[in-house]
Write a protein that binds this ligand. Structure first.
Ligand SMILES: [Zn+2]
Length: 96
């Protein structure tokens, strides 16, 4: 969903996430409650389609819209810790 920006005359700019086309021209400020006008800003479009920029975009997006995981972890055999080394002499070393 798009993020709409509103400018409060008393406080500052705040953001509201609402469905496309459902944002009103005015919104009450969450801090002081005053009527705030919607601010027109440039859309956050990717400038390139390279893998590096896609990673940067997804990283920025995950800050405000983290992906929600539904369900639980798959059940199966209990996890065994992976040995770091196969050298049998390392088993005698003290463990943390
Ligand atoms: Zn305000």
């Amino acid at each position: 969903m798009p993020i709409y920006e509103y400018r409060c005359p008393a406080c500052s700019i705040f953001e509201v996430i609402s469905p496309m086309g459902a944002a009103s021209d005015q919104q009450s400020c969450p801090t002081c409650g005053q009527a705030s006008q919607r601010k027109i800003s440039a859309p956050n479009l990717s400038k390139t389609s390279s893998a590096a920029f896609q990673l940067i975009d997804s990283t920025h997006r995950s800050a405000s819209e983290p992906q929600v995981v539904s369900g639980s972890l798959p059940r199966g055999a209990p996890r065994r810790s992976q040995p770091y080394t196969s050298n049998p002499l390392h088993r005698k070393l003290p463990r943390p």
